[in-house]
Design a binder for this molecule. Structure first.
Ligand code: FES
Ligand code: FES
Length: 170
């Protein structure tokens, strides 16, 4: 039996840094990053919602910038840094956004939560003390079907140290 093309040709694989580790996966025509993360690499924290770039459930960071993984082709992340929700904690310690979501119970079904947390983390890395309106604007790409925006925004304000930590700006 002849070896698989992936084994024959090193160029049949591509590498990127994922949550701090170098990973290599097979190239493939039109492979989407979301599918590779969830199915091939087992990182199911990143959710599949609409599959059309509209809901933000699949948000990951690519070189620190929030992107919808369902809209990113695998080739686009070659040589770049990808961070999923699994990569936000350090040594089992939640980051400030994760902690605030947990403290305030800023979730209902939780389906949107990983994408929300990733997007909010990107915001606070760029702007550690955003105003309420800057938070709202930055979070526009993420939809919560449970309608839990008040607590979600409150958690982000708490993480930023700019809110009353009671459930967000009405
Ligand atoms: Fe990617 Fe909805 S699943 S934006
Ligand atoms: Fe259910 Fe946001 S908590 S979709």
């Amino acid at each position: 039996m002849s070896p698989s093309p992936a084994r024959e040709h090193p160029e049949a694989r591509l590498g990127f840094r994922l949550n701090g580790e170098l990973r290599e996966v097979p190239r493939g025509p039109k492979r989407k990053l979301l599918e590779v993360l969830r199915v091939e690499l087992g990182l199911t924290g990143t959710k599949f919602g609409c599959g059309e770039g509209e809901c933000g459930a699949c948000t990951v960071l690519v070189d620190g910038r929030p992107l919808e993984a369902c809209q990113v082709f695998l080739e686009e992340v070659e040589g770049r840094t990808v961070t999923t929700v699994e990569g936000l904690s350090t040594g089992g310690k939640l980051n400030a956004v994760q902690r605030a979501f947990a403290d305030l119970g800023a979730y209902q079904c939780g389906f949107c939560t990983p994408g929300m947390v990733v997007r909010a983390t990107a915001l606070l890395q760029l702007n550690p003390h955003p105003t309420s309106s800057q938070i709202r604007e930055a979070m526009e790409g993420s939809i919560c079907r449970c309608g839990g925006y008040r607590r979600i925004l409150g958690a982000i304000e708490q993480a930023a140290g700019t809110g009353n930590a009671k459930g967000g700006t009405p």
